[in-house]
Design a protein around this ligand. Structure first.
Ligand code: FAD
Length: 289
């Protein structure tokens, strides 16, 4: 099933995300976590793509397992910054062979100390997305950044670039994580005003590890609101307390989004079925599965 069709439903839906193992040794534990997350009956599960492109086979295989064995719609991420166009085309062919209909087309982060792009590479995600669309009948998602992407100085330019990307065939957008819903509401207002009308899935990150989170936020430019900082400062050194507070904070964000008419929310569940399960339990009368 195509995600764009799921997004037409007016009932609230939750989707989750898993990431593939860096080495084959971790494959079984990722599969086990994925199976537990699939048992929560999310609207779909996305599978990230390793930054260097080296785990592409795992992304395809896990996405295929989710869809073909576990009966849950899957979304395979695909990045292009570390691959040639030919390598990317081969991955698209594999996705087709496995019957995967949904792809998140991304540029990926530019690797350090290499010349980018070289002649047979995509420079931006929109070029990749055009090719994914031309290679098959895929439903294609793309990334967007409510606080602006770190490489583009002015938000208005980032939104212009987003509009161009969407016009290359994007069916839906998923946002970078944010911890203040007002940032999302403001972003939605700005993109709708510019004529970007595709569905937008807010990406919610339940924070369960304070140190990792501070690092990710400083790299991605995500703002940490005072209320969130207080939680991290008070509970950051107590993993169980931090997890409980992080789940409560994420639940609160999700309920506010649903109350404001946003029906599809993506959770960065990071291979943690216990976190995904706790959130679904908190929403049991709000999100019907
Ligand atoms: P693009 O859309 O190409 O944008 C990159 C930058 O280029 C932006 O600043 C944009 O404004 C600018 N730009 C775009 N077009 C133009 C133009 N024509 N002229 C000038 N500037 C332009 N990374 C992974 O490695 N694996 C994953 O699985 C993964 N999943 C992600 C999922 C989501 C929902 C999000 C939000 C991010 C994800 N990322 C992932 C990270 C992502 O790859 C990085 O943020 C990357 O730096 C940008 O990717 P993009 O697809 O948004 O790039």
């Amino acid at each position: 099933m195509k995600i764009k069709d799921i997004l037409r439903d007016e009932e609230p839906h939750i989707s989750f995300e898993v990431f593939p193992p860096k080495t084959d040794a971790g494959y079984e534990s990722v599969l086990s976590a994925t199976e537990k997350i699939a048992a929560l009956k999310p609207s779909f599960i996305s599978v990230t793509y390793g930054a260097g492109g080296g785990t592409s086979k795992n992304t395809v295989n896990i996405a295929s397992h989710i869809q073909n064995d576990l009966g849950v719609v899957s979304l395979a991420h695909l990045t292009c910054a570390s691959s040639t166009k030919e390598e990317v085309h081969q991955v698209i062919e594999k996705l087709k062979e496995k019957g995967i209909e949904n792809v998140l087309g991304l540029r990926g982060d530019i690797p350090d100390d290499v010349q980018f792009p070289v002649s047979n590479q995509y420079k931006y995600a929109f070029e990749l997305i055009r090719d994914i669309k031309s290679q098959g009948d895929f439903c294609v998602g793309a990334a967007c950044y409510p606080e602006g992407h770190v490489e583009t100085e002015h938000k208005k330019d980032d939104i212009e670039n987003l509009k161009n990307k969407v016009e290359c065939g994007v069916d839906f957008l998923t946002t970078q994580m944010f911890f203040d819903n007002n940032i999302l509401y403001n972003f939605l207002y700005r993109i709708r005003e510019k004529g970007i009308t595709v569905p937008v899935l807010p990406g919610i990150m339940p924070v369960t590890n304070s140190k990792q989170m501070k690092r990710i936020c400083s790299l991605s430019g995500t703002a940490l609101p005072e209320r969130f900082r207080a939680i991290v400062d008070r509970f950051g050194d107590d993993p169980k307390a931090m997890q409980q507070a992080g789940i409560a904070y994420a639940t609160d964000q999700i309920i506010d989004l649903i109350a404001n008419g946003i029906n599809n929310i993506h959770i960065y569940s990071m291979n943690k079925p216990e976190v995904a399960g706790a959130i679904m339990k908190n929403l049991s009368d709000i999100v019907k599965v």
